[in-house]
Design a protein around this ligand. Structure first.
Ligand code: SF4
Length: 229
């Protein structure tokens, strides 16, 4: 088990967001230290991109979250978040983060937003959708969605009687890929992809921006592959 001195603790704590990738190696199995310093951690997953790496949020003894790291047991991240995920805590603490719904309105002849409660916002949206259904029928509703949250709206639209649900990203990204994989291998590639990059003999990337996209486990596998060469 890793035994950290107080000096180590201060050093680790002062790493801040930029140094968090080193965190899990040092802390993952050091529960006695958590107890000693009043640190708590709860499991979570990262919603910054669709990869959805599993991780841990760490709270200091005042209950403030101060660090988020990957979960070693998750093969999608192998204990390491990408820089975007690591910065996720900054999104949470950003003073400009939206915490209440905003409804567009006109004030002094100018378009602006006003804060609303969730019941007010939901009632407002429901009244607009109800108006469309009453005047034009449920099939006049159309949903363009993306990401995990979109699924809930998809169910809502189906329950209301509209099957007009589309994901523009499918045409731009997954659609051609899925069709090509079905045509070539008889099965889709899914997402995250069922690939074995680290053991590839030859990796050809066409129109792909693996590193920029920072699909966590894939980038780790690509680094492993490059190191082997
Ligand atoms: S790849 Fe990065 S941004 Fe995407 S879920 Fe994982 S840690 Fe979050």
């Amino acid at each position: 088990m890793f035994q950290a001195s107080r000096r180590d603790f201060i050093k680790i704590a002062s790493l801040g967001a930029g140094g968090l990738l080193a965190g899990p190696q040092l802390w993952a199995d050091s529960d006695p230290l958590y107890e000693r310093y009043g640190i708590k951690k709860i499991p979570t997953y990262c919603e910054v991109c669709f990869w959805k790496c599993a991780g841990w949020v760490h709270f200091d003894k005042s209950g403030k979250p101060y660090k988020i790291v990957g979960n070693k047991a998750d093969p999608l991240c192998n204990g390491r978040f990408c820089p975007r995920g690591t910065a996720g805590l900054g999104m949470y603490t950003d003073p400009d983060r939206l915490k209440v719904p905003l409804i567009r309105t006109v004030r002094d002849g100018k378009q602006t937003y006003k804060e609303a409660t969730w019941p007010q916002a939901i009632d407002y949206i429901a009244s607009k959708m109800r108006k469309i259904i009453d005047e034009h029928g449920a099939e006049s509703l159309a949903l363009f969605n993306h990401g995990a949250g979109g699924k809930h709206f998809g169910r809502l639209f189906k329950a209301l009687g509209s099957g007009n649900i589309a994901a523009p990203s499918y045409a731009q990204c997954r659609g051609p890929r899925e069709v090509a994989f079905h045509s070539t291998f008889g099965a889709g590639v899914n997402s995250p992809e069922n690939t074995d990059i680290k053991n590839a003999k030859c990796l050809v990337l066409i129109g792909s921006h693996l590193g920029e996209n920072m699909h966590n486990a894939q980038v780790q596998e690509m680094s492993t592959l490059i190191d082997k060469k």
